[in-house]
Design a protein around this ligand. Structure first.
Ligand code: HAM
Length: 444
């Protein structure tokens, strides 16, 4: 009989071992980190009405045009969330979180879905950490947001990042609309020299021509008018404060006139973090101000800014800088032989776990030797060995796995917890092998 194996959907991933350690490390750090900046956790559904994303991200963007997973199970068309900002804004409005005061800063983490061509660092289901601050148009908050993203990366050990910064102005007639017109005029002189994708963008999404990856387009685009030189007075003043504040915070942000981002909701400040080790998909994260979005989807005029970091890309960057992706060692492995000892071991491990120790045992009725092999394979720091004889004498053997036959002692069952806690406390938490001073002291 043949076994049918199902395979993962293209562009999705399973992870385990060192990758899972990196993922857990990022997630564990995020909750504490965002709390330090006054952000509170928010969870939204993984699907929303299609209209929410189309309206927020923009009909003429790659995401809405060709990357959304959209389906219609009933009368309503729904879409697996391709990004988090639109959903947080929807939740902010629907739940009247503005009225509850205080909580204007939200962070989130979870899976997102885009039907892109899979490659290294580009998945169809990926994970993001995001943060959205609603209600303030203060340029100092723009600087705080950029600084926060960079600091999160560096606290995780991801350095060698490049910060790109730009402003795309606002919707006032003398700002982006005027810039767009200047751009259109400049482009129309030699549009035939650009790649076919840019030629399409000329009609659908003009600004995206600026960030085309095609080398010829990049060269041509470097001579085009720059958005930061065509701002209205208010946007110019705003951007000047952002740059000054970033300098004061020690952030080396490179002004990059080709940075326009692939979502239509942005206004004014936009930024991206890239990492040299990531290859073609080098953006670790990015974000910007989206002052018009809350109003666009039915709320009051509310300035806002946010960012999102790609967790898989952070994991890739951590591979290059991370010396320690080892799973925390199992502290105790219980080896027991016979029914009575096995039952006693279950109770003992329960008490050790209540005391905060990690402990596991064999549940497959293996021989002593085979249980020992499992303990070694699991990297256990200590083994507890309990047979009928030990149980009869009210004793247990504690074995320090770093040492050979030397490293084991018999203890009265009642002394076990103290001996173990002492030995583990004396050793570094993540060490692969620990010394066991308590046991050594007790050794004849
Ligand atoms: P985004 O630039 O589209 O922005 O995505 C943020 C990050 O998510 C990217 O820099 C990248 O690291 C990761 N990412 C995006 N697509 C993929 C993919 N297909 N595979 C793997 N990783 C990916 C946003 O999503 C905005 N919502 C950010 C934001 C928040 N702006 C304001 N607030």
């Amino acid at each position: 009989m043949t076994t049918a194996f199902y395979r993962r959907i293209e562009g999705t991933s399973d992870f385990h071992g060192p990758e899972a350690v990196r993922y857990d490390r990022i997630m564990a750090h995020a909750a504490e980190f965002f709390g330090r900046y006054g952000y509170r956790h928010v969870q939204t559904p993984v699907f929303e009405t299609t209209e929410l994303f189309a309206r927020s991200i923009g009909d003429a963007t790659d995401i809405v045009e060709k990357e959304m997973y959209t389906f219609q199970p009933g009368s309503e068309s729904v879409t697996l969330r391709p990004e988090g900002t639109a959903a947080v804004v929807r939740a902010f409005l629907q739940n009247h979180w503005a009225a509850t005061g205080g909580g204007q800063k939200f962070w989130y983490a979870g899976p997102f879905f885009r039907r892109e061509r899979p490659q290294k660092g580009r998945l169809r289901q990926f994970h993001q950490l995001g943060a959205e601050a609603m209600g303030s148009g203060d340029p100092l908050l723009d600087a705080e947001t950029v600084y926060m993203g960079l600091t999160l990366l560096s606290e995780l050990g991801i350095t060698r990042t490049l910060t790109r910064l730009n402003t795309i102005g606002c919707l006032a007639p003398g700002c982006r609309p005027q810039y767009r017109e200047r751009l259109r005029q400049a482009l129309s002189l030699d549009m035939e020299k650009y790649c076919p994708v840019c030629q399409k963008r000329f009609h659908r999404n003009l600004l995206r021509i600026l960030d085309c990856k095609n080398p010829k387009c990049r060269e041509l685009a470097s001579h085009l008018p720059k958005s930061h030189e065509c701002l209205c007075g208010a946007c110019e003043a705003h951007f000047a404060v952002v740059r000054e504040a970033l300098t004061a915070l020690g952030v080396d942000a490179r002004l990059d006139a080709t940075l326009v981002r692939g979502l239509d909701y942005y206004a004014r400040t936009v930024f991206e973090f890239t990492h040299e080790a990531l290859g073609a998909q080098d953006a670790l994260g990015g974000g910007g101000r989206y002052d018009g979005l809350v109003k666009e989807i039915g709320g009051p005029d509310t300035p806002a800014i946010g960012l999102a970091l790609g967790i898989e890309r952070m994991m890739l960057a951590l591979e290059t800088v991370d010396g320690c992706a080892c799973e925390p060692p199992l502290q105790i492995f219980g080896i027991s032989l016979g029914d009575g000892p096995r039952r006693a071991m279950v109770g003992m491990l329960a008490r050790l776990r209540q005391a905060g120790l990690s402990a596991d045992m064999d549940y497959e009725g293996r021989s002593f030797k085979a249980q020992m092999r499992v303990a070694n394979k699991r990297g256990a720091l200590f083994c507890l060995i309990l047979g009928e004889d030990e149980l009869g004498r009210g004793e247990i053997v504690l074995k320090d796995m770093r040492e050979g036959a030397e490293g084991q002692i018999s203890l009265p069952l009642g002394d076990l917890m103290g001996a173990l806690l002492g030995a583990l406390r004396a050793a570094p938490a993540g060490a692969a092998k620990l010394s066991c001073p308590a046991a050594e002291g007790a050794r004849p």
